[in-house]
Design a protein around this ligand. Structure first.
Ligand SMILES: [Zn+2]
Length: 407
């Protein structure tokens, strides 16, 4: 899934058995997505799995569950038992109807003997400490490090996914480390990160692990950040929302038919999630990846910006992100800078006050300005905060309150 991210050190190899050992940040950042590329030699090739997904419908993937739940399994929340040992998962809008032995489209939930289990509980394949700006969140505790977790799996199947090696894999196929919710919280405390991000893959896919870790984090005074496609049903979101301190939600295009074709799911549930998140009081930033030929139509971007301004408010920060050729779209060029600038112009014309351009080096694209007087409030270079001039969350020149979570 997900927006483009600079990956850099994430490709480095993984230290093994690090739990209980204090690692330096540099060592720690080395564990993750790159390591996940080394899919297990279980004889189950990723290509075969992707092919199987291509043939899967609303019933998920047939005959793909393990015989028994394992150490990192837990009975799932948000499902219904049906006749004949079938289950209906109601966590995300796919509503997978599974028979015994089947696996849901998120790749993480399986029906074993009429009970729905998650296989992604305490076994992340990516564990990093990132700057919070990388999520991206620009109006939430700027300049702070954030412990970032992901398991395998995703509820969508975006053709442009940057993290497809993990998002389109099963938890059994990635190289994982054991990190139960309490371990994750202890790690954040040890490393001194004020927040934990559920990111890279899709937290909705590892819903129970995300939720339980978030609850444990809050109990320990650690905050939670949700980085997501927003493809979730309202009830699970309402349950977890009290523990979410900030969210970055993608809008992956604004044409329903093309959204389904590009991302493997309809658009409307995402828009519903955005509106519900706003109503529930989450601090919200939106990312829009502009994929050439798919989501770069300026009239469509204009309509989307109008919707954001109307439904989420003009103070909701918007990040336009540059596509780089990935996964099934390697034949497409990177997004031209001119397209990103046009999108920014459209957003500003719709009244959106904080518009950023991501994955493009260049002065000013990631800076925060006061919408009243134009003063530079936060200067950034890439993901680094060069200077934060806010005073108690206000413009240092005119005192306008800049929306966000600053302390
Ligand atoms: Zn000002």
């Amino acid at each position: 899934m997900r927006t483009q991210r600079k990956r850099g050190a994430e490709h480095a190899g993984a230290p093994k058995g690090f739990l209980g050992t204090r690692l330096t940040r540099r060592q720690f950042i080395g564990y993750g997505i790159g390591a996940a590329c080394a899919l297990s030699a279980a004889g189950y090739g990723l290509k075969r799995f992707v092919d199987a997904m291509g043939n899967s419908g609303p019933t998920g993937i047939t005959h793909d569950a393990p015989q028994e739940p394992g150490k990192w399994s837990k009975e799932a929340s948000f499902y219904e038992r049906m006749s004949g040992r079938r289950t209906k998962c109601v966590k995300c809008p796919h509503l997978c109807l599974l028979s015994h032995g089947d696996r849901g489209r998120c790749r993480n939930r399986v029906n074993i003997g009429g009970t729905l289990y998650t296989l992604a509980y305490g076994n992340p394949c990516s564990v990093h400490i990132d700057p919070v700006e990388k999520k991206p969140l620009f109006h939430y505790l700027p300049g702070t490090p954030i412990l970032s977790l992901s398991t395998a799996g995703c509820v969508l199947s975006c053709k442009n996914c940057q993290n497809w090696q993990i998002s389109q894999s099963r938890p059994e196929d990635t190289r994982n480390t054991e990190l139960f919710p309490a371990d994750a919280v202890a790690l954040a405390q040890r490393e001194g990160t004020p927040s934990i991000a559920y990111t890279y893959g899709e937290p909705i896919a590892f819903y129970d692990y995300w939720h339980d870790t978030s609850v444990a984090a809050h109990a320990a005074g650690i905050r939670n950040v949700w980085v997501t496609s927003g493809f979730i049903n309202p009830e699970p979101l309402k349950r977890t929302a009290p523990y979410i301190d900030a969210a970055n939600i993608d809008i992956k295009g604004f044409d329903d038919r093309r959204h389904a074709e590009l991302n493997g799911g309809p658009l409307q549930p995402v828009l519903d999630t955005l509106k519900l998140s706003k109503r529930l009081g989450l601090w919200l930033e939106v990312t829009c990846l502009l994929v050439p030929e798919w989501t770069d139509d300026i009239a469509e971007i204009d309509r989307m910006c109008g919707w954001i301004a109307r439904e989420l408010g003009t103070s909701c920060p918007v990040h336009f992100s540059r596509f780089t050729p990935q996964y099934q779209l390697t034949h497409l060029p990177p997004t031209p800078l001119s397209t990103l600038l046009e999108a920014r112009k459209a957003a500003r014309e719709n009244g959106i006050e904080h518009v950023y351009i991501g994955n493009v080096a260049g002065a000013g694209y990631q800076d925060t300005y006061c919408p009243t007087c134009g003063t530079l409030c936060i200067a950034r270079r890439g993901y680094e905060v060069v200077e934060n001039r806010l005073e108690g969350g206000r413009c240092p020149t005119c005192g306008t309150a800049i929306p966000g979570v600053w302390a």
